[in-house]
Write a protein that binds this ligand. Structure first.
Ligand code: SAH
Length: 263
């Protein structure tokens, strides 16, 4: 019997119906799949059943990684890596575009997503991300502007990715049961997105604007743009509005204008 480690966010998905549904979201046959945090290998088995060309799994927990090696030793298309996903350079994993599945530890799920959005250059190393989040976090990721959940996470996540909500998952589908609901999201690379030279500027600008989300745009705008009127006119921004009233596109354009001004 495996004792789940709380420190590694171990809540194993045991609901067969959900596992089946997750592996039916996209075509797996003959594709190269990356699974992060495979745990006891529940989703791993369902993925293998669909005959991927190759399955790479990355598990931080040494004893679980060892157990996965043992359980799947008769399969030649699986590669178990015992490492921390946050320390991996995904571009080095494989030449094929990867389809990624992850029932991630909740505490690092947004960190991983930000890492992937901010770090990838012009080349997408994946064609699809299927990721599980704590429901409240997922709600912030997919929030539309003019709503209270809208903020930095929505803006950063939507920059290069189209996001689709698949479904919510109740605590009873996991063992041990988490205290919160979960949501499964899919992320697809966008063909076109507004060019930003340094993605850190997107983090910076959204941080400054959303630092005081109830205040008008005036103060953060003037701080960043020195009261520049041209940019305001060009982007049609009313400084009496609040940060949540500007849509994502406007933020990307603001970053791009900011980069033009400071370079
Ligand atoms: N996907 C499995 C397990 C989910 S629990 C299932 O659905 O049943 C989350 C898993 O992520 C655990 O196995 C945990 O050990 C692993 N994990 C936690 N932090 C990690 C990290 N930084 N890198 C890789 N795996 C990690």
């Amino acid at each position: 019997m495996i004792k789940a480690k709380k420190s590694l966010g171990q809540n194993f998905l045991i609901d067969k119906n959900i596992l089946e549904k997750i592996t039916n979201i996209t075509n797996i046959k003959n594709k190269t799949i990356l699974e992060i945090g495979p745990g006891t290998g529940n989703l791993t088995s369902y993925i293998l059943y669909k005959n991927p060309k190759k399955l790479i799994v990355i598990e931080k927990d040494f004893s679980l990684a060892k157990k996965l090696e043992e359980d799947f030793k008769f399969r030649d298309n699986i590669n178990v890596i015992n490492d921390d996903i946050l320390r991996i350079d995904e571009n080095e994993l494989c030449k094929d575009k990867l389809t990624v599945f992850g029932n991630l530890p909740y505490n690092i799920s947004t960190e991983i997503l930000s890492k992937w959005i901010i770090s990838f250059k012009d080349h997408f190393w994946f064609d699809l991300l299927v990721l599980m989040f704590q429901k409240e976090v997922a709600d912030r990721i997919i929030a539309e502007f003019n709503t209270s959940n809208y903020g930095r996470l929505s803006i950063i996540s939507n920059w290069k990715l189209n996001i689709k909500k698949i479904f919510d998952i109740k605590p009873a589908s996991f063992s041990p049961q988490p205290k919160i609901d979960s949501t499964l999201l899919c992320f697809y690379p966008k063909n076109n997105f507004i060019k930003i030279k340094n993605p850190k500027n997107l983090e910076k600008i959204t941080r400054i604007f959303f630092n005081q989300r109830r205040k008008m745009l005036k103060k953060p705008y003037n701080q960043l743009f020195n009261g520049n009127e041209k940019v305001l006119k060009k982007l049609n921004i009313n400084l009496n509005l609040r940060p949540q009233n500007l849509n994502c596109e406007t933020y990307y354009k603001l970053v791009s204008e900011y980069e033009n001004l400071v370079s």
